[in-house]
Design a protein around this ligand. Structure first.
Ligand code: NAD
Length: 343
């Protein structure tokens, strides 16, 4: 085998410690010499705890799914009006996404404190939504300078949402195995991410399990940032923007069908995924109570038409509009993905 690839590792500090978020944030604010912190967070007790050891100049709570452009513009105005020199985000991917939208135009650094397993904190990808269309791009200005992981902050995530968010992280790993910039380094991160997430999902009710989830979520996001968006992410991205679907649940529903669709054309990747899962994906789903029923797509034909132009040409299997419609129909019906792919 002759390997030839170009790999980029993004530069970012990670501070990981359960129950340590407030202390770690204070260290980071001092290290960065920040004087005017704009906190971006929903009104949650987690956010109060995290900022309990620093001075906060202003707070933006204008968080909404998929970062509507209007919210981004209001937050940018606020950052400029208060003279912010650091953005601190505490929350899920929607909150991190709003901080990224501000960083994109202002260049302000972000310290991200994630409270879900969405993984946005470890990527240089931003997303904005306007008129039911989601636009994404990559820009190193939006990569948080530091991520603070604290499993105690995810304890308030209801188990069902934690499982769905964990499957969102699994999707980063699985898709990284055949995404456009897949390489041996990001595949290694993805496989270790799958192992950690498998363990965490099975112990989601414990703090140890939630720590494993955060570790796995980080690896998954680093792999995804490096490998890029594969078929799975392109499908979910279009569906999320067009129909305002819940992010984690949509990823959870679609993943088994994309894996079943691509596996025959990517046998090595599929074997590594199964080995890391220790079982097949649907067995794990059943065990941890994850749902592979897609909800909220009003018109499958329209969705398939919208998705097709963004399908990566490098996908292991050619994809037609009919394939996409069949995949979405199977997911809507909640068919067994393996049986569907064999039919
Ligand atoms: P989210 O941030 O919208 O959060 C989902 C729900 O969980 C919200 O109601 C929120 O209030 C609640 N929540 C968050 N943390 C909680 C906690 N600890 N306890 C209780 N409730 C909590 O959803 P998400 O799945 O974290 O993120 C989805 C968004 O992130 C999407 O817009 C997606 O596009 C984006 N995303 C971006 C990237 C990227 O690289 N740019 C990667 C992954 C996700």
């Amino acid at each position: 085998m002759t390997w030839q690839f170009e790999h980029v590792t993004l530069g970012q500090r990670v501070r990981f410690g359960t129950g340590e978020a407030a202390a770690n944030l204070a260290l980071e604010v001092e290290r960065l010499g920040a004087r005017r912190v704009l906190l971006i967070a929903e009104e949650t007790s987690a956010a109060e705890v995290v900022v309990s050891k620093i001075d906060v100049t202003a707070r933006c709570t204008d968080v909404a799914p998929h970062v509507p452009v209007a919210n981004a513009e209001r937050a940018r105005t606020q950052a400029s009006e208060v003279g912010a020199d650091l953005l601190v985000s505490v929350g899920g991917g929607s909150t991190t996404g709003l901080a990224k939208a501000v960083a994109l135009t202002t260049g302000l650094p972000i310290v991200a404190v994630p409270t879900t397993y969405a993984g946005s904190e470890a990527t240089n990808v931003w997303g904005l939504t306007e008129a039911a269309r989601k636009t994404t791009g990559s820009d190193d200005r939006v990569l948080p300078v530091t991520v603070i992981y604290d499993a105690a902050l995810t304890a308030s995530l209801p188990d069902e949402l934690a499982v769905a968010s964990g499957c969102n992280a699994l999707a980063h790993c699985v898709d990284s195995m055949w995404a456009p910039r897949t390489d041996p380094i990001n595949q290694a991160l993805a496989v270790e991410g799958i192992r950690a997430l498998r363990g965490g999902l099975r112990e989601i009710t414990t703090l140890d399990g939630r720590e494993q989830m955060l570790y796995g979520a980080h690896l998954s996001a680093v792999a995804f940032a490096s490998a890029g968006s594969g078929l799975h992410h392109k499908i979910c991205h279009v569906l999320g923007g067009a129909y305002d679907l819940p992010h984690a649940q949509t990823h959870t529903a679609i993943l088994p069908y994309v894996l079943a669709f691509n596996a025959p054309a990517a046998p090595q990747a599929a074997a590594r995924i199964t080995e890391a899962l220790g079982t097949d994906l649907i067995t794990l789903y059943d065990e941890v109570g994850a749902s592979h029923v897609l909800r909220g797509v009003p018109d499958v034909s329209e969705a398939a038409r919208l998705i097709l132009p963004s399908v990566p040409p490098s996908n292991p299997r050619p994809v037609t509009e009919d394939d996409l419609a069949a995949l979405l129909n199977a997911a809507q019906a909640g068919q067994n993905p393996t049986e569907w792919s064999r039919a």
